[in-house]
Ligand binder design. Structure first.
Ligand code: CUA
Length: 338
């Protein structure tokens, strides 16, 4: 438990998650709408409550000359009826106009000029990001859980789900958008500052819903281009950390086990798409959708038994009951996939 807390302390965390600290045009629009609506409704609240409190005190005891009769009734008074029907209608109409304006600000059906286009696929319980390569539309550039985008450039997302309804939400960048099976929703943002922006699946989607963290790294242009060039490459075929023999032994074991049914490693025949693409696994800081630090120890524990209580019980990856030696061998291969 203590070690789990220590590891948790090392996980990348954003400075702020607050909708009141926007960093992208849709998030600014949403904050502006919030304050406007709060202002209008707050004013009405104070007016009505103020009159109520005033009447409590002003009329709390019978006044001199009060003969105990009811005051004149206003039932059926046309001016009063019209006033308290029209005033709320006008207020609702103003709110409607404000909301409509914000919806048009926030929602774009087509990608803005020069936008980076990414398809986001919600899975139980992780996120897949498919990038579109302008140079080669057939190239598969897929990563998981950690999205990289350039600073100050529009990003246009198409949101899809392969199982249940999820919800994509990065509070500082844009509003919530449902991620629905058999239907594509869209979302855009334009981050004004580099840094880490975090969010979370915002629609209950099963037992590991709470562990569907979203990490969006907004990079300066050169960092982003470097990252993107690396993601385009197929997986490493020669080790840089381990010796060649243990690298090849690990790779052969990986390719012989059920790993390949669910995971892709581009450049090998592992082409599964049920689980995260592992081609550049080590370019990610976390595994298990932001739950665990991506280091050899956590990789080992994960490959050994993802169902352990300190891992992600209930997730769709089973324990394959490999020996500790086999697990270590597979991790020797995985930790080279940078
Ligand atoms: Cu996905 Cu909640």
């Amino acid at each position: 438990m203590i070690s789990a807390l220590l590891f948790a302390a090392d996980l990348p965390t954003a400075d702020s998650l607050s909708v009141f600290d926007p960093a992208s045009p849709p998030a600014y629009s949403i904050r502006e709408l919030f304050w406007l609506v709060l202002g209008i409704t707050g004013f009405i609240f104070i007016l009505v409550e103020g009159m109520l409190v005033y009447c409590w005190f002003r009329f709390r005891t019978p006044r001199q000359g009060d003969d105990g009769h009811e005051p004149p009734q206003i039932y059926g008074s046309n001016p009063v009826e019209v006033a308290w029907t029209v005033a709320p209608l006008l207020i609702v109409f103003v709110l409607f106009l404000l909301v409509t304006r914000t919806v048009f600000d926030v929602h774009k059906i087509d990608p803005p000029e020069g936008a980076l286009e990414i398809t986001v696929v919600g899975h139980q319980w992780w996120w897949e990001f498919r990038y579109h390569d302008p140079d080669d539309p057939h190239r598969r550039i897929v990563c998981a859980n950690e999205m990289h985008v350039p600073v100050d450039r529009p990003v246009f997302l198409r949101l899809e789900s392969v199982d249940v309804i999820h919800s994509f939400w990065i509070p500082r960048l844009a509003g919530k958008m449902d991620v629905v099976p058999h239907h594509t929703n869209v979302l855009w943002f334009n981050a004004e500052k580099a840094g880490l922006y975090q969010g979370q699946c915002a629609e209950y989607c099963g037992n590991q819903h709470a562990n569907m963290l979203l990490n969006v790294y907004v990079d300066d242009d050169s960092t982003f281009n470097k990252w993107f060039e690396n993601q385009k490459q197929p997986a490493r075929t020669e080790p840089v950390k381990e010796d060649l023999e243990s690298f090849e032994a690990g790779r052969d074991l990986f390719l012989k086990t059920a790993c390949v049914n669910c995971h892709t490693v581009r450049g090998t025949f592992a082409k599964g798409t049920f689980g995260p693409d592992l081609t550049h696994l080590m370019s990610r800081k976390t595994i298990a959708s932001g739950l665990l630090l991506n280091d050899p120890q956590h990789l080992h524990d994960w490959v050994d038994n993802p169902q352990a209580t300190n891992m992600k019980p209930g997730c769709w990856m089973p324990s394959f009951h490999l020996t500790q030696k086999e697990v270590a061998s597979i991790v020797n291969y995985l930790k080279e996939l940078d």
